[in-house]
Design a protein. Structure first.
Length: 264
């Protein structure tokens, strides 16, 4: 599978009668827009191809679903009133846009050197990022959104699956509810996980739909975590960061793993 074949496959799967497509070969991105509103979404073809190598046509299924659901809600008006239980934090990389396509600034907070916390209104199969224009229109204070979102993320279940590799224990959370990485702002849960660690606690959020917590008991654990984080990062349709974080004294500090047992 190469980029040209992937673009062709996506066009065939998406509703071409209602969509326009523009492929940028230099950036290897495909812009998909609603023909009636010109609102759209851009996907990175190289990441989809990389994911296809791992899971074959499931990679295309995921992107088609993601694009179709996102395009359905674009242009619609959404109110926050009475929807407090549908407001959640979402984690994005610092390179993620800070405003919508029409120039409205998103509400977000700095999180780490690699990540930001945005806020979203859950719409069922997708969600809309909350911007300042939406807050002004409805008379909501940004701090109210922050408080509600953090309360709601604490109510989400945190089931983990554990696996031991080379004497290090890895915990994976993957519920596919759209907010797996968002659990990283659940401070009570992180502290609970920390209390059960025998060694150093490290956390990775390579993409939106997974969070990895590692109990590192030897130097090999760093290398394994770095490999896992990069693998997940290249396969997620909403990647965040391939870097991992050390969790100490309630703080997340990026850790750069340079190679065999070397870190800074």
């Amino acid at each position: 599978m190469d980029s040209k074949k992937m673009v062709k496959a996506l066009k065939e799967r998406l509703d071409q009668s209602k969509r326009s497509f523009q492929y940028d070969s230099k950036q290897d991105t495909l812009r998909i827009e609603n023909t009636d509103t010109t609102k759209g979404i851009t996907v990175e073809i190289s990441k989809i191809v990389a994911n296809w190598e791992n899971v074959q046509d499931k990679a295309i299924d995921e992107v088609v679903y993601y694009v179709e659901e996102a395009l359905k809600v674009m242009g619609e008006q959404h109110s926050l009133q009475g929807k407090e239980k549908q407001i959640f934090p979402v984690v994005r990389s610092t390179s993620f846009p800070d405003e919508s396509e029409n120039g409205n600034k998103f509400l977000f907070d700095d999180h780490t050197a690699e990540t930001r916390i945005y806020y979203a209104l859950d719409l069922g199969k997708t969600y809309r990022l909350i911007d300042h224009a939406m807050l002004e229109q409805e008379g909501w204070n940004p701090d109210r959104i922050r408080e509600i979102a953090r309360f709601n993320v604490r109510s989400l279940p945190t089931p983990v699956k554990a696996d031991t590799v080379a004497g290090n224990t890895f915990y994976f959370l993957n519920t596919n509810d759209g907010y797996d990485a968002s659990r990283i702002v659940n401070e009570a849960w992180l502290k609970e996980m920390k209390s059960s660690m025998k060694g150093t606690m490290a956390v990775a959020i390579p993409h939106q739909d997974v969070i990895i917590i590692c109990d590192i008991e030897n130097e090999t654990g760093y290398d394994v975590l770095a490999q896992m984080a990069m693998s997940f990062f290249t396969s997620g349709h909403v990647p965040i960061t391939a870097l991992s974080f050390l969790y100490e004294d309630g703080e997340l500090e990026p850790v750069f793993i340079l190679g065999k047992n070397k870190k800074r």
